[in-house]
Ligand binder design. Structure first.
Ligand code: HEC
Length: 146
């Protein structure tokens, strides 16, 4: 068990394009469970209050449901961001890959356009600087995992 080898490039590094292929073609995330009490569309707590959908893979779901306190290697959290009129415009991802960035709890961050183009990827300060506020909850805002 651990993160998927398909998400690595030839040099053995996590790669946003390989991850996109993995989560949309090999293992389409629309078939994943959603965060337990967040089925379907819901509103962001952040201005301007985008509409969200939050998918989690089975590895991540186990941590959420069983309150394990830390997401296990291979956990994948995929947040779709929609406009008020329900047009998908952004997909933000947190992917746990052991050894990637121990100081940041090994989260790999990506911001994708709906066509899969990665605008930001890896150790993204812009993401980490805000999510670090919930480092005690393994960098995750949506619900307590303890
Ligand atoms: C200014 C603060 C802030 C920044 C910057 C930010 N986020 Fe978040 N993020 C949040 C909040 C708050 C939530 C909870 C959902 C909501 O209310 O919008 C969240 C939720 C998430 C989730 C769902 C898991 C969770 O933590 O609940 C993912 C995945 C995510 N963000 C990825 C990213 C990525 C990738 C970036 C950088 C491109 C990023 N975020 C930048 C505040 C931020």
């Amino acid at each position: 068990m651990g993160y998927a080898k398909q998400t690595l490039d030839k040099e053995g590094q996590i790669n946003a394009q390989a991850l996109w292929k993995y989560m949309t073609i090999e293992n389409p995330y629309q078939n994943y469970p959603t965060w337990p009490d967040k089925e379907g569309f819901y509103e962001s707590t952040m201005p301007p209050g985008n509409i969200l959908k939050l998918y989690v893979n089975k590895i991540a779901l186990d941590t959420i449901v069983n309150k394990k306190g830390t997401f296990l290697d291979g956990s994948l959290l995929i947040k779709e961001n929609y406009t008020d009129d329900k047009k998908l415009f952004l997909i933000t991802v947190m992917y746990k890959a052991r050894g990637f960035n121990p100081a940041g709890h090994d989260w790999y961050w990506v911001k994708y356009k709906p066509d899969g183009e990665a605008r930001l990827e890896g150790k993204v300060d812009a993401c980490i600087d805000c999510h670090v506020g919930v480092a005690g909850n393994d960098y995750v805002f949506t619900g307590s995992i303890k």
